[in-house]
Ligand binder design. Structure first.
Ligand SMILES: NC(=O)c1ccc[n+]([C@@H]2O[C@H](COP(=O)([O-])OP(=O)(O)OC[C@H]3O[C@@H](n4cnc5c(N)ncnc54)[C@H](OP(=O)(O)O)[C@@H]3O)[C@@H](O)[C@H]2O)c1
Length: 251
């Protein structure tokens, strides 16, 4: 994929991996639009990069999804890349029943339903473009689930399966489907969980991860991992089972 001259919408682009992608794509010579729920974070990002376009949007909300697509396609006729990056992660202990799951924000709506619906809404617009792409941000935990984040892991496994299926459906069109598979990256994801784990640090910045991802895009690597998650993408079932035991043996 050519990484310059595109018009790119990144969901959840005001912080973390999405923001690092926004910066990298701006630097490479693209028009970049970011969206998210918190206006102050979008404005903060725009203050650092006045070329960024911003839109408040909750991708969990059906009406907001439609408004986003209508607004983006009306205002950015050249829009040719959608990055489904917005995501949330929660520790959920189902041994205590269903209350915890029901009480918080929906990982299913944000991490899985939104990328599916946004892809479906954008595909008719992307179909007419000479070159287009849908980029889904899944997770290493979609390959090796973390038991303390069961629903998150399931949404990411679902997003991986969806990416495979969508890539096949779109094989005769000029819409490439990429899947970014981050390992643990130091961002604002799951702040409560990180505190619980003694302010866990992965030792990998979003910028380092995104620098590797940009190379993957250039080389048309359709599943882009890094470090541990690159291993997961290529691992045998036996190896994945071993990884599962190692990652979950203390919980
Ligand atoms: N960090 C990691 O270790 C890691 C590992 C694997 C995969 N990932 C994936 O990478 C992606 C980016 O996460 P991150 O690590 O960069 O965390 P982050 O800094 O918390 O970024 C997530 C972004 O998504 C936005 N968002 C969340 N819910 C949204 C909603 N309903 N509507 C619109 N925007 C929403 C957030 O903004 P608002 O709250 O303002 O809406 C935030 O800007 C996620 O899909 C995550 O699952 C991260």
């Amino acid at each position: 994929m050519k990484i310059s001259g595109n018009t790119i919408l990144i969901t959840g682009g005001a912080t973390g991996i999405g923001y690092a992608m926004a910066e990298a794509f701006l630097e490479a010579g693209n028009e970049v639009i970011i969206c998210g729920r918190r206006k102050e974070r979008l404005l903060e990002a725009q203050k650092k990069h006045p070329d960024l376009h911003i839109k408040v949007c909750d991708v969990a909300d059906g009406a907001d999804r439609k408004t986003l697509v209508k607004w983006a396609t009306a205002n950015f006729k050249k829009l040719n890349i959608l990055v489904n990056n917005a995501g949330v992660q929660r520790d959920i202990d189902l041994t205590k029943g269903i209350d915890e799951f029901m009480a918080g924000e929906s990982e299913i709506k944000i991490n899985l339903e939104a990328p599916i619906v946004l892809s479906g809404l954008f595909i008719p617009y992307l179909t007419g473009k000479k070159k287009a792409a849908i980029i889904n941000v899944s997770s290493g935990l979609g390959f090796v689930p973390m038991a303390r984040m069961p629903v998150y892991s399931a949404t990411k496994a679902g997003l991986h399966a969806f990416s495979l299926a969508l890539r096949h459906q779109l094989r005769n069109q000029a819409i490439k489907v990429f899947e970014m598979v981050p390992p643990a990256v130091d961002t604002e994801l799951n702040p409560e969980g990180r505190v619980k784990r003694g302010n866990f640090k992965a030792g990998l910045t979003p910028e380092e991860f995104v620098a590797a991802v940009m190379k993957g895009f250039q080389n048309d690597v359709f599943e882009i991992g890094y470090g541990m998650s690159e291993g997961f993408i290529k691992a045998s079932r036996a190896q994945l089972d071993k990884n599962f035991q190692q990652m979950n043996n203390r919980w």
